[in-house]
Design a protein around this ligand. Structure first.
Ligand SMILES: Cc1nc2ccc(C(=O)N[C@]34C[C@H]5C[C@H](C[C@H](C5)C3)C4)cc2n2c(-c3ccccc3Cl)nnc12
Ligand SMILES: [Mg+2]
Ligand SMILES: [Zn+2]
Length: 347
């Protein structure tokens, strides 16, 4: 089994210079997608040092560096669900841990915080740019493995995470007690499975109820609802950035959705509207997603953590931008342009 990651690669990460200490890095307005891919492993290390994980869990830096590099290699070059997405989701976890003081205020234990950050980094490993329903429709190997339990892709991402941990020289958690190690893997399982949006819809009402009742740190259900909420918020955190970023991310997501739609048409299947480049109305679909799904999730977050209000406001701003750009899309669609052509051409 050849080493995909060289010893030199590992050394480059362990020796990464400290010039990465940009102050705005820990602000919600910071956009992690602007970090160059070759810089990202150093930033992951920096965030984990900053969060105190290295000292608390006696993590060996070269083992952690190798793990990070293998996780990055585990992601594919698909338009949206690639390493850059994973890095941005992990960066949001870093922002949440710091800005909401999740450990200091007792919302999460150190172990839960570690599991949260690692789960974000690994939550989409080996994503193929296709949905769970596509796995079923195409009778993929992953569907045959996991469709009986549901959340097909998420179970695969979890399996890939465990495999990476078990790769020679990558298990940075091996200094944990066997009890903590077991607990950490159980947490990572729940957190990665929570990123299946269909699962989120099943517990949304319970999360809302929890926020209105007031988070009870002794209630294990509340703990589960909170960590699931934090995973979904991290996964959707692109929507809390400025309009330029949101529009860029929409181009990536629909490039992936429409590639799947094209594939489904070739397979003689009828793609869902949101996957069909000829039928999809991107602004309408995004307005529905932001108003029916995204903003509700971040409002629950802001009920528990008032400082998350800025995130709700950013989503409101993006909703306004989609509404105003909808008029431009409608004008061009009268001239026969698809909404994707308008999205990628619009300045
Ligand atoms: C901007 C944006 N728009 C998005 C619009 C739609 C959907 C989406 O999966 N919708 C659903 C709608 C129902 C019930 C379930 C299962 C299916 C049927 C498909 C979900 C996701 C969107 N999404 C994500 C995202 C988050 C987690 C996993 C995958 C993705 Cl792509 N991240 N950003 C975005
Ligand atoms: Mg996913
Ligand atoms: Zn994701």
């Amino acid at each position: 089994y050849h080493m995909q990651v060289s010893q030199q690669d590992v050394l480059d990460v362990t020796m990464c210079p400290s010039e990465h200490d940009v102050p705005e890095y820990s602000l919600f307005s910071f956009t992690p997608r602007k970090i160059l891919s070759k810089e990202t492993p150093c930033y992951v290390l920096k965030m984990m040092k900053d969060l105190g994980f290295i000292d608390t869990f006696r993590i060996k830096i070269d083992t952690l560096s190798r793990f990070i590099l293998y996780v990055r290699k585990g992601y594919r070059e698909v338009p949206y669900h690639n390493w850059q997405h994973a890095f941005s989701v992990a960066h949001f976890a870093y922002l949440a841990l710091k800005n909401f003081q999740l450990i200091e205020k007792g919302y999460l234990s150190q172990l839960e915080a570690l599991a949260y950050f690692v789960s974000c980094l690994c939550h989409d490993i080996d994503h193929r740019g296709t949905t769970n329903s596509f796995q079923q429709q195409s009778n993929s190997v992953l569907a045959s493995l996991y469709s009986s339990e549901g959340s097909v892709m998420e179970r695969h991402h979890l399996s890939q995470t465990i495999c990476t941990l078990n790769t020679e020289g990558c298990n940075f958690l091996d200094s944990l007690s066997s009890q903590d190690y077991r607990k950490c893997l159980d947490l990572i399982k729940d957190m990665i499975l929570a990123t299946d949006l269909a699962s989120h819809y099943k517990i949304h009402a319970k999360q809302l109820n929890m926020a209105q009742e007031g988070f009870d740190k002794t209630n294990p259900y509340h703990k589960y609802y909170l960590t699931s909420l934090l995973m979904t918020c991290a996964d959707l955190s692109d929507q809390t950035k400025d309009w330029t970023e949101t529009k860029k991310v929409a181009q990536l997501i629909y490039a992936e959705f429409f590639a799947q739609g094209d594939l489904e048409k070739k397979m003689g299947k009828e793609p869902a509207n949101m996957m069909d480049r000829e039928k999809a109305s991107i602004p309408d679909h995004q307005l529905e997603f932001l108003t029916q799904c995204c903003i509700c999730i971040f409002k629950i977050l802001a009920t528990i953590f008032p400082s998350a209000k800025v995130l709700v406001n950013a989503i409101k701003q993006n909703i306004l931008c989609w509404e105003s750009s909808k008029r431009i899309f409608d004008k061009y669609s009268m001239e026969g342009k698809t909404s994707y052509e308008v999205l990628v051409s619009e300045e």
